[in-house]
Design a protein around this ligand. Structure first.
Ligand SMILES: [Cu+2]
Length: 303
């Protein structure tokens, strides 16, 4: 048996809150209408009996409120303690770095570096280290674990757990600038086998084709200063301003999960990044169609 997952613990706390708050809400609504009706204006309107408070009732309601608050304070702290159970010397499985407005993922064990589509194995509690490269972002994939801020200069950790294979969506949960809404998350949970073969494939050296269009694209990539921002493993290009493109074509989505990775969207991006994702930190190079052809041929073969 698995121990209860963090998501289940958080869900349970939420349900307790919901039920108790729901009961209080219904009682309040009930009594509002009950007394509205009971003490409505009557024909034989005489001055009603004047009373001054009800000490017993006031003391007991205050006691009930304190009791409920106390119980929930305890339950909340207890859940926090269980959910944020980070070892003293954390050995993260993956480090995720928030950038305006995309996600970088590094796997210390294998050395895999990727962006935007983040793979984890299924059925395993995965410790994730969270950092930011610029401003405060916040990591949250609600189905996999709690929310946690990514703060420049500070390292945070969070546990993720996927009980079945699939794709889990999330989004940056701390306003981080123009494309905050375009900073979406896609976590792909793979069976162990699939995860290992994905890792293997990510470690393969970058594709080399002999076709002239590919060569032209590669040349443009270097000449047009793409290399000032994008790394491609196994080449001298190591800059990390933008996503690592080594196996870009093996990803089904790009731009912080904003777009499906197909030729049409890639062309649109290279033609005018600001039109596709206004504010994105990649300039418009004003390419000709032929130049875009070559770059697409190059990038689409980086598998
Ligand atoms: Cu963000």
């Amino acid at each position: 048996m698995f121990q209860t997952t963090n998501v289940e613990l958080i869900d349970k706390l939420f349900i307790y809150f919901l039920v108790v708050a729901g009961i209080i809400f219904l009682l309040v609504v009930f009594f509002v209408f009950y007394y509205l009706f009971k003490y409505r204006r009557k024909q034989t309107a005489e001055e009603p009996e004047q009373i001054h408070g009800n000490e017993k009732l006031e003391y007991s309601l205050t006691a009930v409120a304190i009791l409920i608050t106390g119980i929930f304070t305890y339950l909340t702290i207890d859940t926090m303690r269980k959910v944020q159970d980070i070892p003293d010397n954390p050995e993260p499985f993956v480090q995720i770095i928030g950038h305006q407005w995309w996600w970088e993922a590094q796997y210390p064990e294998t050395g895999v570096i990727t962006a935007n589509e983040i793979h984890i194995p299924v059925g395993k509690k995965v410790l994730v280290q969270l950092n930011s490269d610029d401003v405060i972002h916040s990591w949250w994939v609600a189905q996999l674990g709690r929310k946690m801020d990514m703060i420049p200069g500070i390292t945070n950790y969070v546990w993720l757990y996927a009980d079945k294979p699939g794709e889990y969506l999330g989004t940056c949960s701390e306003f981080c600038g123009a494309q905050h809404a375009g900073m979406r998350i896609r976590v792909i949970a793979d069976e162990e086998r699939a995860f290992n073969s994905w890792s293997q494939q990510q470690l393969e050296p970058v594709a080399q084709l002999d076709d002239p269009l590919f060569k032209k694209g590669e040349k443009l990539f270097e000449e047009k200063t793409c290399t000032n921002c994008h790394a491609i493993n196994g080449t001298p290009f190591t800059m990390k301003v933008g996503p690592n493109l080594t196996h870009f074509a093996s990803r089904k989505h790009f731009l912080g999960d904003l777009k499906v990775n197909n030729e049409e969207n890639l062309r649109a991006w290279l033609h005018d990044p600001q039109n596709v994702k206004p504010g994105a930190k990649m300039p418009n190079f004003i390419f000709s169609d032929q130049e875009v052809d070559a770059l697409v041929e190059y990038i689409n073969n980086l598998k």
